[in-house]
Design a protein around this ligand. Structure first.
Ligand SMILES: [Zn+2]
Length: 179
């Protein structure tokens, strides 16, 4: 009995690893499409300068969970964050520096347990980095202003971009649209 449970767990972990290990090159191709195209809104706006703070300063400003995710590249457990099942109209900003990152009309139900968006408000507000941790090849996404870790981007999203920005709720703050 116990052995079959252990076996099942191993099988599930293995299939998850295989799932997340899909070739990164497609994601990067779609990401560069997004970066090179003008599909994102608010084009022409430029990023302000970087916001640089010490670990001590971030620790004071952020909650423990926010610090763990944004500054230590942690991940919240699926289906536990504030926003995976959140459907109000408004804007999701970086929890660390307040940069407006995603709009509610680009959010979709991906079923993965984290808030998912098919594109950022402006391409330049996100930086992309190859992430080879945990034996997987993924593309990490960070806030371009404060370098805070947001989550990862995958190439299995819906049109028009085909991308899925899989973001930790802990990296975000929701600002409802004023009526
Ligand atoms: Zn930020």
């Amino acid at each position: 009995m116990k052995i079959s449970i252990v076996f099942l767990v191993i099988i599930s972990i293995t299939s998850l690893l295989i799932y997340f290990n899909s070739p990164d090159s497609t994601t990067m191709a779609k990401v560069s499409n997004l970066i090179n195209s003008d599909t994102t809104k608010h084009k022409g706006e430029s990023m302000n300068e970087k916001l640089v703070k010490t670990d001590e300063e971030w620790k004071k400003e952020l909650s423990q969970e926010q610090y763990r995710i944004l500054r230590e590249k942690g991940t919240e457990r699926a289906f536990t964050g504030k926003y995976w099942d959140h459907h109000e109209i408004g804007i999701y900003i970086c929890a660390a520096c307040g940069t407006e990152l995603f709009e509610s009309d680009t959010k979709f139900d991906s079923g993965c347990g984290w808030p998912s968006y098919f594109e950022p408000i402006e391409k330049k507000r996100i930086v992309y980095k190859e992430d080879k941790n945990f034996g997987m090849k993924r593309t990490e996404v960070m806030c371009a202003k404060c370098d805070g870790h947001l989550g990862h981007v995958f190439d299995d999203g819906p049109p028009p971009t085909g991308l899925r920005f899989c973001i930790n709720s802990g990296s975000l703050k929701f600002v409802p649209k004023e009526k």
